[in-house]
Design a protein around this ligand. Structure first.
Ligand code: PEP
Length: 259
């Protein structure tokens, strides 16, 4: 049984004046929720404040990116040990917005994944095809390439410490989510690859979450699909009530699935 996971990716939203009430609202709304893990990923500048708010609760703190080196002359960058020091346990890597906007390569993302693992952070490795790639029938080729490259030189046992996020680019921020069947098909394919890269046991323990226009209205039907282990949520995670509802629906679907 894989415990469902919901990750809120706040992207570049959240001054301290906005981040504090949002984190407080999520924490308070989820006080009695069980059987689900929740990670809040605010911008770097709000990590310390959000960390204080979630301390002692079941919510975990995550970052949206990191540099692969532990320190050095990299102006403007943030290193994994700095995130760990702030209480971060997760870091989103390979998000399509960074691949596209910052030109992040699979090779760079792989270095970040390995560095995160070395420094005790759980990488949430994002993979996903563009609309054009899906139209051309290249969905599996694309995600396979991203997965193999992203996990290159990661030891089989260490792979158990990774979370995978399938995020079709065409579904991110568009309001048009993948159907449970579309996502389930890709998740199943990714799990097969993980099995090949590690072992059947390790692969079956790795959470593969879905991201792309998850909202309160579709969270339950997505999480009910056997291969979907939770959600990576962008836009809807900026509203405490919406995110709390997504988490509750994901937990409920996970519990039903487990029975
Ligand atoms: C994301 O940023 O990873 C994401 C899935 O965004 P949204 O939920 O807004 O589609």
């Amino acid at each position: 049984m894989r415990t469902p996971l919901c990750v809120g990716n706040w992207k570049m939203y959240g001054t301290l004046a906005e981040a504090r009430p949002l984190a407080t609202g999520v924490r308070d709304g989820l006080r009695r929720v069980k059987d689900v893990q929740v990670v809040l990923c605010p911008p770097f500048t709000a990590l310390a404040a959000v960390g204080e708010i979630v301390a002692g609760s079941s919510l975990a703190l995550g970052a949206q990116n990191c540099h692969p080196e532990p320190s050095g002359a990299y102006t403007g960058e943030v290193a994994p040990p700095m995130l760990a020091e702030l209480g971060c346990r997760y870091v989103i890597l390979g998000h399509s917005e960074r691949r596209r906007e910052m030109g992040e390569s699979d090779e760079l993302i792989n270095r970040k994944v390995r560095s995160a693992l070395t420094h005790g952070l759980t990488p949430i490795l994002c993979v996903g095809e563009t609309a054009e790639e899906r139209r051309q029938g290249l969905t599996f080729t694309t995600v396979e390439g991203q997965l193999r490259a992203g996990l290159a030189e990661v030891a089989a046992e260490a792979m158990a410490g990774v979370v995978l996020a399938y995020e079709p680019v065409w579904a991110i921020g568009t309001g048009a989510n993948a159907t449970p069947a579309q996502a389930g098909e890709v998740h199943g394919y990714l799990r097969g690859l993980l099995s090949e890269l590690s072992s059947k046991d390790v692969a079956s323990s790795i959470r593969i979450v879905y991201g792309g226009s998850v909202k309160p209205e579709n969270a339950e039907v997505l999480a009910a699909e056997g291969e979907i282990d939770g959600a990576l949520v962008g836009g809807a995670s900026l509203n405490a009530q919406a995110f709390v509802t997504i988490v509750k629906k994901t937990a409920h679907a996970g519990a039903v699935r487990g029975n």
